[in-house]
Design a protein around this ligand. Structure first.
Ligand code: ADP
Length: 266
């Protein structure tokens, strides 16, 4: 009976170890795939605009373009693309800090309502230009233990996405509160829903939905909507939330989708 007991226990240990090893291998495979996706993506998202910039700079230098309107347009495009690429490099830097575990969070008690109203203020001009109603509760917000710059980034990225992916005349609602798990924050929009097949992938590095890949008209007409450049916004959101010991999820609702962040309370 004793040897049976030991064997049984040992068997369980082995099984547990095997599951662990499997999970570690899966995780490694995921990280490796993420790295490959990122390299492929950087070479596309960085090289394509760089080639465009070079062509425009060359045309200006060689005075191939003369008429003032075209010259002005080339200068403007060079500025817009440079801004976009600067943000892209900033985002890549942020992601690599997150992935390397090099984030130093300095936690304090943060009033979530203030973080939300700051993000709403920044996003309002874009929302207005697209006639999108941006609604956030005025009171009743909890406080949360978080690193304020990182939390602000999370809220701003979610709000910016919501107003970017919601068709004109839509609504974006921000709400929050406390539940058994801690503090939650939700951003719901009327984007028409994310395709079911895309739902598990939206937080992946370099994932971009169909709509993001087709050019959109932008509020100021410069073709740059100020979003995190190229499929990094939600990867950053997830990284920052998880660094806080929290989690983020998305699901479809009646007319759109809803992103929910949960942060633990100490
Ligand atoms: P990007 O917006 O630059 O493509 P993100 O990581 O922020 O990168 O988002 C990844 C993809 O998730 C988007 O391309 C889009 O398809 C989808 N998405 C993100 N936020 C929303 C939203 N609020 N409503 C609908 N789709 C969204």
């Amino acid at each position: 009976a004793v040897s049976l007991g030991v064997g049984w226990l040992f068997g369980h240990r082995l099984a547990a170890a095997a599951v662990w090893a499997d999970q570690a291998r899966d995780r490694e495979r995921q990280v490796e795939k993420g790295r490959r996706d990122l390299v492929a993506w950087v070479s596309h998202d960085l090289r394509t605009p760089l080639a465009g910039l070079r062509a425009m700079a060359e045309a200006l230098e060689d005075q191939v373009v003369h008429d003032p309107d075209t010259v002005g347009e080339y200068h403007r495009r060079i500025r817009v693309e440079t801004d976009r690429m600067t943000r892209l490099v900033d985002d890549l830097f942020e992601l690599s800090r997150i992935n390397a575990g090099a984030l130093r969070l300095s936690l304090s008690t943060v009033p979530l309502g203030e973080v939300v109203s700051d993000a709403v203020a920044v996003t309002t001009p874009i929302a207005q230009a697209r006639r999108i109603r941006l609604v956030a509760a005025e009171s009743g917000w909890p406080t949360v233990s978080a690193s304020e710059p990182e939390l602000s980034r999370v809220v701003a990225n979610l709000l910016l996405n919501a107003v970017r992916y919601t068709p004109e005349d839509g609504t974006v609602r921000v709400s929050g509160g406390r539940d058994r798990d801690g503090v939650w924050l939700a951003v719901a929009d009327t984007c028409g829903g994310i395709p079911e097949a895309d739902l598990p992938r939206v937080f992946d590095v370099a994932f971009r939905g169909e709509r993001a890949r087709t050019p959109r008209t932008t509020p100021d007409g410069d073709g740059d909507d100020g979003g995190a450049a190229g499929g990094l916004g939600l990867a950053i959101v997830r990284g920052l939330v998880e660094a806080h010991g929290g989690r983020v999820a998305v699901h479809n609702i009646q007319q759109g989708c809803r992103f929910v962040v949960h942060l633990p309370t100490p």
